[in-house]
Design a binder for this molecule. Structure first.
Ligand code: FES
Length: 69
């Protein structure tokens, strides 16, 4: 699923980045440009970052892994 339509950044790409360790919104934006055009995806990016802080990332990644099998 695309998280950022302006730059074609997938949710999976962001989850993979966050799996390497906690990242700030600014760090993600610097690498992927996500949210730097129309800005409509920033709230979704914030949600993903918050979920990874609470450990919910593993649940999302697990669902994504099931889809790929
Ligand atoms: S959808 Fe991400 S900047 Fe527009």
């Amino acid at each position: 699923m695309l998280l950022c339509l302006c730059y074609g950044v997938s949710e999976k790409s962001i989850l993979n980045e966050l799996a390497e360790g906690p990242k700030s919104i600014e760090a993600i934006q610097a690498k992927f440009k996500i949210g730097t055009n129309c800005g409509s995806c920033v709230c979704h990016l914030k949600d993903l970052i918050d979920k990874t802080k609470t450990g919910a990332q593993e649940i999302v990644v697990g669902k994504e892994a099931e889809k790929e099998q």
